[in-house]
Design a protein around this ligand. Structure first.
Ligand SMILES: Cc1cc2nc3c(=O)[nH]c(=O)nc-3n(C[C@H](O)[C@H](O)[C@H](O)COP(=O)(O)OP(=O)(O)OC[C@H]3O[C@@H](n4cnc5c(N)ncnc54)[C@H](O)[C@@H]3O)c2cc1C
Length: 347
């Protein structure tokens, strides 16, 4: 049933006031047959944790509520014995499944692989869109295939290469009008190679479990603890996680910037390219904890813009644009938004 003028405040983690002109909850694939969508709705909504909503979202908002986790044959997952060296397993999760619950569920079944991505908000269906990543892992590292509805065509399956994953990017993000993701196949289990290259994870494991063998659930626990300390809970302080992407610049640009800013951190991003932590740039430019009315940067992490209560999408957008302009002035670096801007300001 399509609802009109639907309030979206509870459906975006910034807690922004916005209304969908038309709203439909998609809980069964058969609804797609009935809808016969020739083109993408204005908004395909998961948990709203990577969105910046302006007051009005015209057209149709399709809220993805498809559920279920099975093996690739549609069977309930058995308990896998986490034997090192056992073959990897394909696990299929419907697009509306909560990401954190999915991570914990697979771990509880003896399937490792997603532990570094614990506690990222959102749905399974959105995870390939911006190729979510944290603590040395991107979801692309674990995706086997993506099931999708191609507007005007019908159901299809894309293999990993067709998804064209890149840093916080994918074919789906670059072509947001083409596919609605209905389910994702992950390759989990098999040989366990702990990813602890991020210093904070290794340090936390040593602190929590000194001298013990590293296990997938210990990594998940370490990651969840670090995240809980570092990031605001959106239920208490509205936010969308990292507001900007970490910029990738030419190594030559990095070298000349380093002469002016000797402390400038950077990581290799492929031949001739360096990735710069956006949080460091924003922090060093004096924005950490800065506040203007109901909008500010988080006191512990300058990359996170927060809604202190009562902010509008337009106010957050204006604040973010001031940061972008300042970073351009300071470093000559363009910050690109990671969150997706949707809708329009009411007149
Ligand atoms: C506190 C906090 C911490 C975060 N930390 C991280 C992090 O560490 N790493 C990281 O990568 N991200 C992080 N994020 C961002 C966010 O969690 C992810 O981008 C997440 O995947 C968004 O999921 P969602 O269901 O909320 O998507 P939404 O915000 O609802 O949608 C995001 C985009 O995906 C599209 N989309 C959603 N579902 C589908 C679908 N089924 N088919 C097609 N398109 C779809 C939407 O149209 C939109 O363009 C964080 C966010 C918060 C609030």
């Amino acid at each position: 049933m399509i609802e009109s003028n639907f309030e979206l405040t509870a459906y975006n983690t910034f807690g922004l006031p916005a209304r969908a002109e038309r709203y439909l909850r998609l809980h069964a694939l058969s609804q797609l047959d009935e809808l016969q969508l020739e083109k993408a709705p204005e908004l395909v909504l998961g948990s709203g944790s990577n969105l910046l909503l302006l007051d009005e979202v015209p057209g149709l908002t399709l809220h993805i509520d498809l559920r279920g986790v099975t093996d690739e044959f549609g069977q309930t997952l058995p308990n896998y014995s986490p034997t090192d060296g056992a073959p990897a397993t394909i696990v299929r999760a419907a697009a509306g499944v909560n990401w954190q619950q999915f991570v914990l569920y697979t771990l509880s079944k003896g399937l490792h692989g997603l532990e570094n991505l614990a506690l990222i908000p959102g749905t399974v269906g959105a995870s390939p869109v911006q190729n979510i990543g944290a603590y040395g892992l991107e979801v692309a590292d674990r995706i086997h295939a993506v099931h999708a509805y191609e507007y005007g065509v019908g159901m299809t399956v894309l293999n990993k290469e067709e998804c064209a994953f890149a840093y916080r990017d994918s074919y789906f993000k670059r072509n947001s009008g083409r596919y609605l993701i209905t389910a994702v196949d992950f390759k989990l289990g098999g040989h366990f190679e702990p990813e602890t290259s991020y210093g904070a994870v290794g340090d936390r494991l040593e602190l929590r479990f000194p001298g013990q063998e590293v296990s997938p659930s210990k990594i998940a626990r370490a990651v969840m603890e670090i995240r809980a300390e570092k990031l605001p809970f959106f239920s208490q302080l509205g936010n969308s996680g990292s507001f900007f992407k970490n910029p990738i610049i030419a190594s030559s640009t990095y070298e000349s910037l380093k002469e002016r800013f000797p402390q400038l951190p950077a990581y290799s991003a492929g031949t001739g390219k360096m990735k710069i932590p956006a949080g460091w740039l924003i922090d060093q430019a004096g924005w950490k904890g800065k506040r203007n009315g109901a909008v500010g940067t988080f006191t512990k992490q300058a990359l996170v813009i927060v809604n202190y209560g009562g902010a509008t999408g337009a106010e957050i957008l204006a604040f973010s644009e001031r940061i972008q302009a300042d970073i351009m002035d300071h470093y000559g670096i363009e910050l690109e938004r990671e969150v997706r801007l949707i809708g329009q300001k009411s007149k």
